[in-house]
Design a protein around this ligand. Structure first.
Ligand SMILES: [Zn+2]
Length: 477
């Protein structure tokens, strides 16, 4: 075999299937050989003592989305992709959001343009359906599927975004007809509105009241209802950012009945609690997101659910707002909790936190980490095996992890444009040492070599079901 462009040698390689020692050979941006005694390469990466995985896929992030008046996101595709890269992610799957009066193909084209001009990483899109009118359902959805956008998100809450049950049924029916994936944000909007009015009337306006306005049961109820709607239509779907074991139990019951319901959770539900919203004065605003983080019992329940294969995906739900920014978290200063924009930064810390608190803390195996952080998202959203795998022929998206690299998280060391991280001061062990994207070294021992605009928009195929039982891989340490 002639010379390789790049080789990763001597590493302990983890995929969703298991772990083994072998070398990886790359040519023309793709993996071309796995094994020992591969030919020489122009670029040699020595991964001795390191763990080698497919590049991470973050399938829930909000980038360059227009926000309601008076609020803006802190990152664009440049800074979000830089931040993701430094945390071991090589593919982003953010949302393209339908706007009133604009056809879905036009919306997709606009978001693709944003990503192609600034992203340092490859990008694919989900489409948020805020107005599933007849023309969108009949013509625009099939058109964007044809263009490689095969997953659609619907909201059960948020004014201006929330769909009625009838509308959700219509979207699910189209997803069934077209073989697309539907993602659902499950919270009961009427319960939240009613509770919010009670809290405000009682003068309870502090940031931590945000958590009181959306307790666990508003998620549990909406998740149950979403599953009933999907059962009626008989279609697989995914519930995003599941925050509580009560909801996990509902999902397990539905799965036991044979429903193909998939589930995602995020580091904030595994590591934060509602107590974090109780900071001095406005400090709690840093942790305001929906659903809110819960309690210790809930965190432990979610870790247990991850370990036993009840979740398919861990994403960041990166939705960064500046803390001091009057168009960010400070929009809520001196006002009530409803004026604080919902969301946290987390695209860079997602995988290191999962390595540190999951794998190295003994809660997850490396193969589970790969499944949750990359492979299952690739399958669910039609990117597999091009992304999320180390198969011959796959894009050479490869991360070399140093499990001995321990750092105290500090916002100064992160690359997003938010002025805080919810994980400030946490000791985190296991950071990327090398990141390769389509065969190019993008990150080398702290040095960043990826330029804005190198990222490509990757078209998605129809989704594949995740492999049953990530839980069965628990022994693959
Ligand atoms: Zn989100």
């Amino acid at each position: 075999m002639s010379k390789l462009d790049l080789a990763v040698r001597h590493g302990h390689v983890a995929t969703a299937e298991g772990m083994a020692y072998y070398d990886i050979g790359v040519r023309d941006g793709r993996i071309v050989a796995l094994g020992r005694d591969l030919p020489a390469a122009k670029v040699e990466i020595d991964a001795s003592g390191r763990v080698v995985t497919p590049g991470g896929i973050d399938s829930h992030c909000h980038i360059e989305q227009p926000m309601p008046a008076g609020v803006r996101l802190a990152d664009d595709f440049d800074s979000a992709s830089l931040s993701a890269l430094c945390g071991g992610t090589t593919t982003l799957v953010p949302f393209a959001v339908q706007e009133s009066g604009i056809a879905l193909p036009e919306t997709l084209a606009e978001y693709r343009r944003r990503a192609e001009s600034r992203s340092r990483l490859d990008v694919a899109f989900h489409m948020v359906l805020a107005e599933p009118h007849a023309h969108a359902l009949a013509h625009e959805i099939p058109a964007v599927i044809e263009q490689g956008c095969t997953s659609f998100k619907v909201y059960m809450t948020y004014e201006g975004m929330r769909l009625t049950d009838r509308q959700i049924l219509e979207v699910l029916a189209v997803a069934r007809r077209e073989g697309a994936m539907t993602m659902v944000h499950a919270e009961n909007a009427d319960c939240i509105d009613w509770l919010t009015d009670q809290l405000l009337a009682a003068g309870r306006v502090a940031p931590h009241e945000h958590a009181a306005s959306r307790p666990m049961l508003v998620e549990r109820e909406a998740a149950f209802r979403a599953m009933a709607l999907a059962e009626l239509v008989d279609v697989p779907f995914l519930i995003v950012h599941v925050s509580s074991p009560e909801t996990v139990a509902q999902i397990a019951a539905a799965r036991a009945r044979g429903l193909h319901v998939h589930a995602e959770t995020c580091p904030q539900y595994l590591l934060l609690t509602a107590a974090d919203l109780h900071g001095d004065a406005h400090e709690g605003a840093k942790y305001v997101c929906s659903p809110p983080p819960r309690d210790d019992r809930s965190r432990e329940g979610l870790w247990a659910a991850l370990a036993t294969g009840q979740f398919d995906v861990v994403s960041s739900d990166h939705c960064p707002f500046g803390f001091a920014d009057p168009l960010g978290k400070a929009a809520g200063l001196g006002r009530d909790f409803t004026c604080i924009p919902n969301g946290l930064p987390g695209v860079e810390t997602r995988l290191p936190l999962l390595v540190s608190e999951g794998v190295l803390a003994g809660r997850l195996s490396w193969p589970q980490f790969v499944a949750l952080g990359a492979t299952q998202a690739a399958r669910l959203y039609g990117l597999y095996p091009r992304k999320g795998s180390l198969m011959v022929g796959a894009d050479a998206d490869i991360v070399v992890w140093n499990p001995d690299d321990e750092r105290v998280v500090s916002n100064d060391g992160l690359h997003h444009r938010a002025d805080y991280t919810p994980y400030e001061g946490m000791r985190v062990r296991g950071w990327p040492e090398w990141v390769v994207g389509r065969g190019e070294v993008l990150f080398a021992q702290g040095r960043i070599a990826a330029e804005p605009g190198r990222g490509r928009v990757v078209p998605c195929d129809r989704p594949l079901p995740p492999r049953p039982g990530v839980a069965a891989l628990a022994g693959g340490k």
